[in-house]
Design a protein around this ligand. Sequence first.
Ligand code: TEU
Ligand code: CA
Length: 557
Amino acid sequence: MAQATASGNLVSASRWWHRSTIYQIYPRSFADSNGDGIGDIDGIISKLEYLKALGIEIIWLSPIYASPMDDNGYDISNYQEIAPEFGTLADFNRLIAEAKSRGIGIVLDLVVNHTSDEHPWFIEARKSIDNPYRDFYIWRKPAEDGGSPNTLTSSFGGPAWTLDLRTGEYYLHLFSRRQPDLNWENAKVRAKIYQMMNWWLERGIAGFRMDVIDYIGKQVDQSIITDGPHLHDYLQEMHRETFGSRDVLTIGETWSATPGSALLYSGADRHELSMVFQFEHVTQQWDEIYGKWRSRPFDLIKLKSVLSKWQYALAEDGWNSLFWGNHDLPRAVSKYGDARGYPVESAKMLATVLHLLKGTPFVYQGEEIGMTNAPFAKIEQYRDIETLNMHRLHLDAGLSPEDFIKGANENGRDNARTPMQWTPEANAGFTTGIPWIEVNENYTVINAERAVSDEHSIWNHYPKLIALRKEHAVIVYGRYQSYLDQHPDVFTYTRTLDRKRLAVVANFSAKTISLDLPGELQIAGRCLISNYRPCDRLPDKVDLQPYEAFAILAVLD
Ligand code: TEU
Ligand code: CA
């Protein structure tokens, strides 16, 4: 239950992950220890000191389970085996222990909306219509004309149904045809999933990120995909049957979430999840027709309104996740900052704005050194099944390859999947072999070795922000209030808890801006962090440098 402080601020029941910062690793691209060009668990272990120095307490690992890698591991063929290219269960146990000894927990990626078509359950299910595993998945007879049962489409392009010739029925796959959707209405499926989850929890993991979990209540005959009638029943059953009795972290990936549903997922008394990833700040930049493949010009006023909407909506219950990037999204400094003109200032500004909001901040691998989108010129350089499928459909629709490549350069998922840039040496120190995907050519300038040794680097800004969250309750629980909402270039907000007020001011442009501040921001206090000169008070007018961001902490009279 939320409790009220002396000044009436509602402070959700304190949970350890309210003060934590989480780092996401895409194992395939993080660090390769054996020269096969693919990141692996030993590579991650070798970088734990680097991560500890940032101050993060949790690592979320994208899938490391056995998989044919059709969707780079989001197509699982054995939930309780480690993919050989990543290592072994013994390596995983060592990772858990090595991370724990550094005060870091490991959150696994739970992909249970679908399996791989090479999972034994699906291999059995497709053998015959009366196979005991048949209704582990979603099968339908062809439509009258012999085609797909209905018009549902896959996220990766094309129909969401593939005909299985052996039994003459279609099976559902909302992603690739090699990712058949599980039938969550089948209690046997749910029991098997919960058994697997407990098996991992008993190995000492710190929780789960749950892949497209808003899909598991789907009702395909009504073309209901997200927010199905039993979705929250399943999540509450999962809570009871697995993590509910443990103090672990659960994050649902819910592209469909609204503030209302986010309260259902993460309300303190809901016994479902800790928080969800909602993506409204991402999708509001997309084109109505072409989605992310033709993005609109950056609009700060819209971005601010979405961020504020979510801060206000979950002010008294529920909990926000805070992120700019992940393995599916473009690089933050390229998308929201100025990777060409002000890479360091704008990356630090973005980090400051995000980490001082109310919620749990996520740092995506490479964001902390300002890694940028990859300027791939040819489709052959891309690896992501979503991009390759969409490219084919785009050309089949008569659109130009150049047009598609522009969209992929801006928003393709491979932007986040180029190898982590560790050093200025060959392959950015990611591998001694041939990387599975090209290294971004700017690795000689943007790399961890250079960043860690430069006191003014983006990298050195993150430990300061992460430490502030641990030190100041106003950052964790302070009430959010935005100002100057219609200003096209500046984002300003306060956080207030009891008599403490934090004022955050950020210039999202390359312009120098002279700003008349509202009274609530004219506080005299201590500068907690700045990406330019230290600032000691907020006068009634402030001149902001390009991408300048700072935070002032004051005690109200
Ligand atoms: O992503 C869900 C998802 O919908 C995204 O793929 C999104 O549609 C796309 O990136 C927007 O362009 C999760 C995983 O994060 C993703 O990596 C997987 O490919 C997908 O589920 C299937 O497991
Ligand atoms: Ca390797």
